[in-house]
Design a protein around this ligand. Sequence first.
Ligand code: SF4
Ligand code: SF4
Ligand code: SF4
Length: 158
Amino acid sequence: MSTSTRRNFFGALGSLFKENRGPIRPPYASIAATFNECRSCEGMCVSACEEKIIHRDEKGIPFLDFKANGCSDCHKCMEVCTPNVLSDPDRFIQGRARITSMMCMSHHDTICFSCKDPCLEDAIIFEGMFRPIIIPEKCTACGYCVAVCPNAAIEIVV
Ligand code: SF4
Ligand code: SF4
Ligand code: SF4
């Protein structure tokens, strides 16, 4: 099975084990942000994001999708947000990474450290060679661990 086929298969399987959760909004959203301004905005943050992780829903409200990449904390989305929805440089992505152990290879006795390497915060620890867990206090929700997991076992949750 190719990596993408495997990912799609486990992604479908994972939806059976994952709860329905809300969308993850872009970084730097002010604490009072309602995102109402986004409805009439051209979506400058989407084109400014070089990692291509910002998308918009049918109402024009932006959300993050980490399937291909993570957030580099580059501030570019905030810099182009003239309505100032993204305006707080100290308020990063509101969420945390979560591993669905049912889908994690390492929780089923197969060696895999794919998620550990891109985590610059050292927020993923293993029990010896196996069973990774996320340290919530260390996780910034940057999302770089999501795309690299061959089994789509990691998601960012609110
Ligand atoms: S900080 Fe940079 S990488 Fe992160 S969402 Fe904004 S533009 Fe994209
Ligand atoms: S990359 Fe995925 S399968 Fe591998 S250890 Fe991490 S969560 Fe488990
Ligand atoms: S979201 Fe970022 S900080 Fe959190 S565990 Fe994944 S790579 Fe590490």
